[in-house]
Design a protein around this ligand. Structure first.
Ligand SMILES: Nc1nc2c(ncn2[C@@H]2O[C@H](COP(=O)(O)OP(=O)(O)O)[C@@H](O)[C@H]2O)c(=O)[nH]1
Ligand SMILES: [Mg+2]
Length: 253
């Protein structure tokens, strides 16, 4: 055993603007106060804006922080690279913009003692700083997803999810996006969160959704997010997960 209680995996793709705003200092200021051992793994996703170098510089002067360089492959691949390296009992992945501040992990911890092995943040229904068109697409996404999969989950997409280490290491490799060989370009989100929770539940893990604070703190202006296209892509992937399951693709031999 490493003695590390919490591994925090932060995927990083061209997050210079958030780094300049001091997100890593924020994370470190919180962690300085905790009484357990931790590690912060910044899993770089082929950044080209100098953010990897900036995170490396920060890591050299802050104990417990390290950067893992990876070729660009999208968020799921970057998170998985971080999880593979994680030594903590519990592994949390969270977004660089810290829209959910790391402190919220305190709300997740108690559930692990109650036999849950996947405990994830939920942004609730009304989200601060969330423009109306995102409210609308996320509502539509939730309604349709709930018809097909994960009926009891309100928010599958919150970027703040914690797992027992062994569970994360078992479930992640089953994700369809991680089996794709093709190179990713630009910003790619996917419904990997949906598949992740679906698989975790399918393989007998107890899932707990916990309300966390979420306020859009993202200052990045380089994220060209086409919400309509992303939402339709996500819907396709929800149907894909449903189909994969019906075809027995996730069943272990
Ligand atoms: N969207 C996106 N995020 C990535 C990618 N690779 C790594 N990431 C990281 O994954 C997290 C996504 O968070 P964010 O952009 O705030 O997503 P959102 O708030 O859900 O729209 C950030 O820490 C990104 O730096 C990628 O290819 N696309
Ligand atoms: Mg964000």
């Amino acid at each position: 055993m490493s003695g590390i209680k919490l591994s925090i995996v932060i995927p990083n793709f061209n997050e210079k603007q958030n780094l300049d705003r001091g997100v890593l200092e924020e994370v470190n200021n919180y962690l300085k106060k905790v009484k357990y051992d931790y590690e912060v793994i910044i899993s770089d996703d082929g950044s080209t804006d100098g953010s990897r170098e900036e995170a490396e510089k920060f890591s050299r002067s802050h104990l417990g922080f390290k950067v893992l360089p990876n070729p660009h492959g999208g968020k799921a691949k970057a998170v998985w690279a971080g999880i593979k390296a994680a030594k903590g009992e519990i592994v949390l992945f969270t977004d660089m913009d810290q829209s959910t501040p790391l402190k919220e992990v305190e709300k997740l911890f108690p559930w692990f003692d109650q036999g849950y092995s996947v405990v994830f943040g939920s942004r609730g229904k009304a989200r601060a700083n969330f423009p109306w068109f995102r409210q609308l697409t996320s509502w539509g996404f939730r309604v349709i997803r709930g018809i097909f999969l994960l009926h009891d989950v309100v928010d599958t997409q919150c970027g703040f999810k914690a797992f027992k280490n062994s569970v994360a290491k078992k479930i992640f490799p089953m994700l369809s996006v991680l089996k794709e060989q093709k190179e990713s370009k630009g910003w790619t989100v996917s419904a990997f969160d949906v598949e992740l929770l679906f698989l975790a539940e399918k393989f007998g893990n107890k899932l707990k959704e916990v309300d966390v604070t979420w306020k859009d703190e993202d200052v990045a202006t380089n994220k060209d997010k086409r919400f309509i296209k992303e939402s339709t892509d996500m819907l396709k992937q929800i149907l894909q997960v449903k189909m994969n399951n019906l075809k027995g693709m996730y069943d272990q031999k």
